[in-house]
Design a binder for this molecule. Structure first.
Ligand code: SF4
Length: 258
């Protein structure tokens, strides 16, 4: 079910340290990942029927046009509690128009998605490539496992191809290996990262009661993280945890060219 809503603000202060703001053109996400905790940060009707109810912020662009003139410039994460290039974007194009507005007004944009639809906006990304980066989330390369974890998201191979195309176009890209679910084939994901030549940001499974996973203990995570680090070293992949990504982002933010 798709429903249009009106909003009072477009840019929210981000809870993620590497971002200044987040922008979510939609509430809810059709990709319906089983591990997704965005449902707990969404309106009740969306969270309870995760993947089935999508709210479209109909007046988002009008609000954003005002905000880009008065808010302090910074890094905007697109998006943090929805996939900005989920199917509804084909029709409403709120992500494209928001990204365009932000870039035209000298904000930096960090896109994270699982969808090749981002390639539709390649013209825009190329034009502003000094101030944009795109992350593609890949949790497994196994298509059956992906269908189980991310029932309606594009398959991992399509995401790999998207990353390649973006990289060839000169866009700064990264791969988000997350959540890392112990027992998953992260080695194949890292091999793909090595072939493309893309840096990897990894993160542990964030456990919320109600999700169909067990919390990962600190010791189990330490072991998995050591394996990831070792494999990255062997493959020559630059990889870091989300925490370290924040440190890098901070350095970039204070780059005089920004
Ligand atoms: S694509 Fe992202 S926002 Fe959408 S359901 Fe999956 S994890 Fe959640």
């Amino acid at each position: 079910m798709i429903r249009e809503i009106q909003v009072k603000s477009a840019l929210s202060r981000s809870g993620l340290r590497e971002l200044d703001y987040s922008l979510n053109p939609y509430l809810g996400c059709r990709f319906s990942c089983t591990y997704c905790y965005a449902r707990y940060f969404s309106p009740r009707e969306v969270g309870e029927r995760w993947g089935e109810v999508i709210l479209v912020k109909r007046n988002l662009l009008d609000v954003l046009k005002r905000e880009v003139k008065v808010k302090k410039k910074g890094v905007v994460g697109v998006s943090t509690i929805t996939d900005p290039y989920q199917p509804v974007e084909n029709e409403f194009r709120l992500t494209r128009e928001s990204v365009k507005l932000l870039l035209e007004n000298r904000f930096r944009v960090s896109i994270q998605t699982k969808s090749p639809l981002v390639l539709r906006d390649l013209d825009l990304l190329i034009k502003y490539k000094d101030r944009v980066d795109v992350g593609m989330t890949i949790t497994t390369m196994n298509p059956e496992k992906a269908r189980e974890l991310e029932p309606l998201a594009p398959l991992p191979q399509a995401r790999v191809e998207t990353l390649k195309r973006l990289k060839e176009s000169g866009i700064e890209v990264w791969m988000f290996l997350g959540p890392v679910i112990p027992g998953n084939d992260f080695s194949r994901v890292l091999e793909e990262a090595s072939k493309i030549g893309v840096r990897v940001v990894y993160d542990v499974l964030n456990y919320y009661p109600g999700l169909p996973f067990k919390p990962v203990s600190k010791s189990a995570w330490k072991e998995v993280e050591e394996q990831i680090r070792k494999m990255c070293k062997e493959l020559g992949v630059q990889c870091h945890s989300e925490e370290e990504d924040w440190i890098q982002e901070t350095k970039r933010r204070y780059n005089p060219l920004f």
